[in-house]
Design a protein around this ligand. Structure first.
Ligand code: DGL
Length: 258
């Protein structure tokens, strides 16, 4: 069974893409809403939450993990696999598959993500290794606004403030370096149009799902269980959007702390 981990609703964008490509996969999802947003936390805090969140999924029967939270990608270091007793082939995170999907391109990428992701430099470093130009822009309050169900105008304001300083730079792509951002694609698209930024929007759910299809067992009965560490009407709404008419069970659960 595949386990998907995120701080909240963002990983649902990966779940949605995976369901679209492999409707028969058995999936358990854990959103750690109680501790969200992750993107403003320190690397130390994120390391602890990553182990707890992934352990939760393993306890629920997951054998193959998708870490659908960019903000924790930098925490997924080799010792973690020993700690979780998880073979390192059984975890896929967001940054590696996404950066490598640009291999050979001459893109100039603007990575929009949380503060934790941008300050870690994980995307910028990855793109540099491929000789691709990349700039990071942090949008620190956006995940909180999304999880609080803020109105579209407020979301657009936050996105505009963050992207406007880059309007004159000649980027070819805006990459969603946070899985929450594709939940509001139309808002990003409107703001980019307003700022006359002629760029392609990239959702990492696509390359990550390709990696999952290549490496994981996606045969099953199509069962889906959604767990969150705190009940949230916004999460439920995004879950409906992600799963459309798929049958699912939704449970609030607590995170097991050591
Ligand atoms: N969706 C996550 C990410 O990709 C976490 C965002 C957050 O909780 O701040 O970064």
């Amino acid at each position: 069974m595949i386990g998907i981990f995120d701080s909240g609703s963002g990983g649902l964008t990966v779940l949605r893409e995976l369901r679209r490509r492999a409707p028969q996969a058995d999936i358990v999802y854990f959103g750690d809403l109680k501790n969200a947003p992750y993107g403003n936390k320190s690397r130390e805090e994120l390391g602890v939450l990553t182990v707890l969140g992934i352990q939760k999924l393993i306890d629920e029967g997951a054998t193959e993990i998708i870490s659908a939270c960019n903000s924790v990608s930098v925490s997924i270091v080799l010792p973690m696999f020993e700690i979780l007793q998880l073979p390192y082939t059984n975890i896929i995170e967001m940054v590696g598959p996404t950066v490598s999907s640009f291999r050979g391109s001459s893109a100039r990428v603007l990575v929009a993500a949380t503060r934790a992701t941008i300050e870690s430099g994980v995307y910028q470093d990855g793109f540099r290794m491929l000789g691709i130009e990349a700039t990071g822009v942090a949008i620190p309050e956006l995940v909180r606004h999304i999880e609080e169900g803020a109105p579209d105008l407020a979301l657009a304001h936050t996105v505009r403030e963050a992207l406007a300083p880059y309007a004159q730079e000649r980027h070819t792509h805006v990459l969603f370096g946070c899985t929450h951002y594709p939940l509001i694609v139309p808002i990003f698209a409107d703001v980019l149009r307003e700022l006359e930024m002629n760029v392609a929007l990239v959702d990492p759910a696509v390359p990550v799902t390709q990696a999952v299809l290549a490496r994981y067992d996606t045969d099953g009965s199509g069962s889906i269980r959604l767990l969150s560490s705190q009940a949230s009407a916004v999460f439920d709404r995004y879950a409906q959007y992600a799963l459309e008419d798929a049958a699912m069970t939704l449970t609030s659960t607590s995170l097991t702390t050591p």
